[in-house]
Design a protein around this ligand. Structure first.
Ligand SMILES: Cc1cc2nc3c(=O)[nH]c(=O)nc-3n(C[C@H](O)[C@H](O)[C@H](O)COP(=O)(O)O)c2cc1C
Length: 308
């Protein structure tokens, strides 16, 4: 909570898994809730590693919310039942993923074009007892007004919270944030609306609350990955940044069980977003590393230069 503003950590597939969430919370902190990246059903089954990631035993963060991505009611019900059996009582429904192969299958932001299918999905979820919902959405797939036919359907599942990233799916993660449409949602939606998009500093968080005073909070994704100390500047030390990195390397070394190439790829993917203001030379050496030995040398040099 900063100046009375609720702050949530966004899900980012491939990075904010339980290891990142636990490390961010334990070393830095700041968000009062953490959303998990989506799980989905593939060939009739939920991936084992998604279930492990969502397990309450593996999440030591406050208010962890698992997320599902589905278009077929039976898949959504299967995931929700599984999550409820694990002890979860609050689950997010992804209506925002812009990845074209997913959206083309009417999932994520792709589903925003199909109110009938969305209605069927919500009605099916009503049948699972003991759970309430959050919805994380964009404005539409290819039209920033598509939400207008979707938001009235929220009355079916009466979500406790609606997180809106004010772009269309087609925009992916770049381009203009449509605050006019966001304000319309804010005034027309009966449920608490959380703002999400491009917040990188505490000042930006406060500014968005000033511009949109009726929001129920903000959700931050890349800002917190770039700088996990974003909400607690006093913890922005080389030691803490190094500690988060080392915890992840340790967890993935164990998880990937000796697969050096896989480990290298996994660690490099963190650096697509992590510490973009670190010395360019070190970041380049990390991205070019062809072995874990070279990777570790480049990372050591980077953290050493941050200490100076
Ligand atoms: C690589 C990547 C993966 C993402 N994975 C998810 C996801 O699994 N579920 C989801 O709801 N949003 C996902 N998002 C979207 C973020 O949660 C967030 O809505 C988006 O990045 C905008 O917020 P930001 O500008 O604070 O990052 C992803 C974003 C990125 C860049």
């Amino acid at each position: 909570m900063i100046d009375g503003i609720k702050i949530l950590c966004a899900p980012v597939q491939g990075i904010t898994d339980c290891h990142w969430r636990n490390a961010q919370h334990e070393i830095f902190g700041g968000p009062e809730g953490y959303y998990g990246p989506f799980m989905r059903v593939e060939h009739g089954e939920i991936r084992r590693r998604d279930l492990i990631d969502a397990s309450p035993a593996n999440n030591r963060v406050p208010h962890f919310t698992p997320q599902i991505l589905a278009c077929q009611p039976k898949d959504a019900v299967k995931m929700v039942e599984e999550l409820v059996a694990m002890g979860h009582k609050f689950i997010d429904i992804n209506l925002g993923c812009p990845f074209p192969p997913i959206a083309l299958h009417h999932k994520g932001s792709g589903l925003l074009q199909y109110p009938d299918e969305t209605e069927k999905l919500f009605k099916a979820l009503l049948k699972v007892p003991g759970v309430s919902y959050s919805i994380k959405m964009r404005l539409g797939w290819d039209d920033p007004k598509q939400w207008r036919e979707i938001v009235p359907l929220f009355d079916i599942i009466t979500p406790e919270q609606v997180v809106v990233h004010p772009r269309t799916g087609r925009q992916q993660y770049k381009g203009v944030l449509n605050l006019d449409e966001f304000s319309e949602i804010l005034s027309l939606c009966h449920y608490p609306v959380v703002y999400n998009g491009e917040l990188k500093t505490i000042e930006e968080v406060m500014r968005v609350k000033q511009i949109l005073p009726d929001i129920a909070g903000v959700m931050i994704g890349r800002g917190l990955i770039e700088n996990p100390a974003m909400l607690c500047p006093e913890k922005a030390t080389a030691d803490n940044y190094c500690e988060l990195h080392n915890r992840l390397r340790e967890a993935y070394t164990e998880q990937l069980n000796g697969g050096e190439h896989q480990l290298l790829m996994k660690m490099k993917s963190l650096w697509e977003i992590y510490l973009p203001n670190a010395p360019h030379r070190s970041l380049k050496a990390i991205k070019k590393a062809t072995s874990m030995a070279k990777y570790n040398a480049a990372v050591n040099e980077l953290f050493y230069s941050l200490e100076l």
